[in-house]
Design a protein around this ligand. Structure first.
Ligand code: MTE
Ligand code: MO
Length: 407
């Protein structure tokens, strides 16, 4: 039954027999053995999180089902590219329609545009294609590791992934309608929505300067395949360098705005205290005296080759991935004495400044040891030793460590 349902889903339609609840299929859930969960997570999350397969996906760590919030097990981050069927899934609202690619239309306009356009998927694909390898990371990735705990989805390490995205430049679409000089932001809406009328629809905006960057894409392919349903089929926004909240899935509407977008998801959610993080890019049309929208990702890395307690042969490598907000990773360093001394790791292939950069380091000395990693980007920013507290639990980039027995 599950295999049948899955096969139908991959094709993009609902299987006969699967019922819909607010756009989500109600399926017998596939439970494998329990996932390995970080000990720092809240008790309740550790008790309830299970490995579970959404249609078309490998077993991922289920944190909530309605709306679906599933994270990628850390083992998938041993490679720079995250497979589509293991890529994390994050939704705010539970009504997620199956979009029919034939009847789908993208509308481009708004009061900050001179004209209007409507495109079919074929018309979109007829525009010059562009590719970028980029990390999509939820602002709240690792929120579950915050001490003290903060409310929100209790993600551990896997609310992120890196893919090769293909699509058209958002700038090329905006040029078709002409953006007025006075426009301040570009706003985005997707086909999903709230089940209850009172919940605000998910609408996000970008400053015009970020929207028209060469790498900001309206993407229809991920790792050479159409986007998976749960990652935004048929088309999503790709905003390299910036956190996942701006990467609108099931994109239907693009509007140039003469006034800043004021809905809940811009004015209240996804905000960080002013001045607390060492970030470069700003979203000034949305600033208040107290806070500012989250923008670029902070520099970060993980040790992914081994779990706590693993045995490693002396001389064999440990490693992981590093990434940042698009300046590019300059170095990854490893410490085995709690951060007193550091040695350079070897960096893997460079897939571009927005991509995961793999790294590895050979452990020579035998015995039990804790391996801690830190990444440094090309503008000299690095990770923090102590958590930078903020109410919504964003930008966790505390240095990650794993203890190992080298034999
Ligand atoms: N339509 C739509 N797009 C969305 C969201 C959403 O709830 N609805 N969530 C955003 C957030 S907060 C994140 S982190 C990313 C997650 O992308 P993924 O589900 O493909 O991993 O999608 C973004 N785009
Ligand atoms: Mo997110």
């Amino acid at each position: 039954m599950r295999a049948l349902t899955r096969r139908h889903f991959v094709g993009g339609s609902i299987a006969a027999g699967a019922t819909m609840a607010g756009g989500l299929p109600v399926l017998p859930s596939a439970r494998a053995a329990g996932p390995e969960l970080a000990p720092e997570l809240p008790e309740g999350t550790r008790a309830s999180a299970v490995l579970d397969s959404l249609p078309g996906k490998k077993p991922l760590i289920k944190l909530t089902y309605r709306p679906p919030n599933y994270e990628t097990p850390i083992e998938y981050f041993r490679e720079a590219i995250t497979p589509n069927d293991a890529f994390f899934v994050r939704y705010h609202l539970a009504f997620i329609p199956e979009v029919d690619a034939k009847s789908w239309r993208l509308s481009v306009g708004g009061d900050g545009a001179n004209g209007q356009a409507q495109l079919t998927l074929d018309e979109l694909k007829a525009l010059p294609p562009v590719e970028v390898v980029a990390v999509n990371q939820c602002s709240g990735n690792r929120r579950g590791l915050f001490q003290p705990h903060v409310p929100g989805v209790q993600w551990a390490y896997g609310a992120m992934g890196c893919a090769r995205w293909k699509g058209v430049r958002l700038k090329d679409l905006l040029d078709q309608v002409g953006v007025k000089k006075e426009a301040v932001e570009i706003a985005f809406e997707g086909a999903d929505g709230p089940v209850a009328d009172k919940t605000p629809d998910f609408v996000k905006s970008l400053p015009v300067w970020k929207a028209v960057e060469d790498t900001t894409l309206v993407a229809y392919e991920m790792n050479g395949q159409p986007l998976p349903h749960f990652n935004g089929f048929p088309v999503r926004l790709v905003v390299p360098g910036w956190t996942g909240t701006y990467w609108m899935k099931h994109l239907t509407t693009i509007r140039a705005l003469l006034r800043p977008e004021a809905n809940f998801w811009m004015s209240s959610a996804y905000r960080i205290p002013l001045g607390r993080f060492p970030l470069v890019t700003r979203f000034t049309s949305q600033d208040t005296a107290a806070n500012t929208p989250i923008t670029e990702m902070v520099v970060n890395s993980l040790v992914t080759s081994h779990r706590d307690g693993a045995e490693v042969q002396a001389g064999s490598p440990v490693g992981g991935v590093a990434w940042d907000g698009g300046y590019g990773i300059r170095a990854v360093e490893v410490s085995r004495d709690g951060g007193m001394s550091w040695s350079a790791a070897t960096l893997g292939p460079d897939l571009g400044r927005y991509a995961f950069r793999t790294w590895s380091f050979r452990l020579k000395d035998k015995g039990r040891q804790t391996v801690m990693a830190r990444a440094i980007n090309t503008i000299g920013a690095t990770q923090t030793a102590a958590l930078i507290a903020n109410p919504a639990g964003y930008h966790h980039n505390v240095m990650h460590s794993v203890w190992l027995s080298v034999i």
